[in-house]
Design a protein around this ligand. Sequence first.
Ligand code: ADP
Ligand code: MG
Length: 398
Amino acid sequence: MPKQTVADVDIAGKRVLLRADLNVTFIPNTNVISDDSRIKAVMPTIDYLKSKGAKIILCSHLGRPKGRVVEELRLTPVANRLKELITDGFSYVSDVIGPAVESEVDEMREGDVLLLENLRFYPGEESNDAEFAKGLSRFADVYVNDAFGAAHRAHASVHAITELLPAVAGFQMSQEIEMLGSTVDNPQRPLLAVMGGAKVSDKILVLQKLIDRIDRLIIGGGMAATFLKALGHEMGKSAIEEDRFDLVKSALSKANDMGVNVVLPVDFVVARSFCEEAEPVIVKFDEVPADGFIMDIGPSTIEEFKMSILGSKTVIWNGPMGVFEWTSFSKGTSAVALAIAGLKSATTVVGGGSTAEAVETFGVSDRMSHVSIGGGASLEFMEGKELPAVAVLPDREN
Ligand code: ADP
Ligand code: MG
């Protein structure tokens, strides 16, 4: 069901509390943002609100400060990036609620954007506390939720707040709901799911759900090792989730019963140690050396996967094909990204934090129909679960 959006309500000159998901990733041990796509994702809503002369009070969480102030988790790097994107009328205040923030809000002019500090510095955020939500609601006339990545949590700034202010979805949120919903519920066929990433356990629930609906399935990434091991092949030193063998086998037999075409890797790029400098070696899927780690899909697998991608009318992609962060092991993920991006007249939906980052790295984000900013949220949504923060937003009538 579509949600009411920011375009459905009178927003002119109003004070708008805009919840975004600015929980960006950083280059390890630095405060340099490695992927700013979550920041960019809220810009259409900000630009729209600005054009209507709203006063925009922007808020987000970052990381897991667990209800106290953690200096390294201030939103300063996010504020610096926003300052580049919002050329005029942007400011940042180093608290979330209280008189200091209120006086900043009082000074705002129409079209201004004020970024609040990390919501999770207050324990009331994660405990969905009504008092904390009240503190937030005091600044604003309308609440807009554009934080799909946080929608699977019932936290104060996405849940309790909706009891206190008229609430609507932002453009990113409404696009997420529409695109993820329609690809699962009403897809153009053939529908292909491309699954990868580190672990089977992260994705097996959504996979079981998807098998009923898909026509084709590609399995790559680290999770391919558990699939192939479950089928009796040695996978060297690759991480294996033995406790998922039964689920894997039942997923495969269900796929077989349903006539889903499953494509597993026929070769791999392996390494003798799990590190960036390790020498890449190509082996067949059933010849993984005892001391080898699977790092990427091999060249023949790339060709097989491309064949399966070709002709698909809808593609859901979640999880990289290898350790794409390291150049020697990025070929599989980049080839799959390019093949999906190259599909003509197909709906292509990318979910998962790392997958979104890969698509951005390989320069094809703009050629996908939709890149979700939600990792866990997009998986839970596609599993068919009702997301608490989505459930409390009013549906659009008609
Ligand atoms: P997403 O965030 O897109 O949902 P995941 O979190 O499931 O994806 O997995 C992403 C991680 O999986 C990446 O950091 C990538 O390096 C890792 N990965 C992919 N293939 C392998 C592999 N063969 N061995 C180990 N790690 C892998
Ligand atoms: Mg991830």
